[in-house]
Ligand binder design. Structure first.
Ligand code: ZN
Length: 237
């Protein structure tokens, strides 16, 4: 983690993966700009989690991450792209059951175009601020088959953004080849496990988390594999 660069922008959802990425970015870069998207995701609790985590990271009094300085996060922007809900039938946005679509080989939680849109908006903002580095928590290793989380997709988006804006964007994906357990281990190494207490994962949107839905199960499996206790509160455990 040497080679400290100046500034970067982090795509931050308030979930486990993007919180790990945010801390990774804070370790690697001097100034951090954070963007959270409101696309009328089915659980607004995600946005509340994002705000809470940022407020914790901004003051040494609220956490025990020794290396983190108070003024590293320069801005947290919440960008409204609620029009996405008008054109998407995803179970991530609407209150529908998760089903596996045999035609597309994808779960109904897939939001078409989401990551492409996110990165395009973030890059447009980064361009204005002359920031070259973008960070996103997409992951090919432990994913649900989402095509916009693949390494080749991200590399292709990076090339399009560089060409389309004539600016050298570098998209960092520190979790691309990490299992959930290895992501948790990375967070342990960064000293930020305590932040997981505030991250949102539960598919039912419950707090304390239900502990039974597929998202909670996947999360708990990762912690079990990593041999680390999840600091999040659960109803059923
Ligand atoms: Zn749950």
């Amino acid at each position: 983690m040497t080679n400290l660069k100046e500034s970067c922008i982090v795509v931050f959802s308030g979930g486990q993966d993007s919180t790990t990425c945010l801390l990774w970015a804070l370790k690697k870069f001097k100034e951090i700009y954070v963007i959270t998207f409101n696309y009328r995701q089915r659980h607004q609790v995600e946005i509340e989690s994002a705000k809470k985590i940022i407020s914790i990271l901004k003051s040494k009094e609220n956490h025990s991450i020794e290396w983190l300085t108070d003024n590293s996060i320069k801005e947290h922007k919440i960008i409204d792209i609620s029009f996405l809900s008008e054109i998407s039938k995803s179970a991530m946005i609407q209150e529908t059951e998760i089903i596996y679509n045999e035609e597309t080989n994808l779960p109904s939680t897939f939001v078409p175009g989401r990551n492409i849109l996110f990165l395009t908006i973030v890059a447009a903002y980064a361009y204005q601020k002359k920031i070259h580095y973008l960070v996103t928590g997409v992951c090919q290793e432990d994913y649900s088959g989402y095509p916009d989380c693949r390494d080749t997709t991200i590399k292709s988006i990076q090339a399009s953004l560089q060409l389309g804006m004539e600016f050298d964007f570098i998209i960092h994906t520190p979790l691309m080849w990490k299992s959930k357990a290895r992501t948790i281990k990375l967070m342990e190494k960064l000293g930020g496990l305590e932040l997981y207490k505030y991250t949102h994962t539960c598919y039912k949107g419950e707090r304390p988390a239900c502990g039974e839905c597929f998202a909670c199960e996947l999360r708990l499996k990762g912690f079990k594999e990593a041999g680390i206790k999840d600091p999040l509160e659960y109803k059923s455990l």
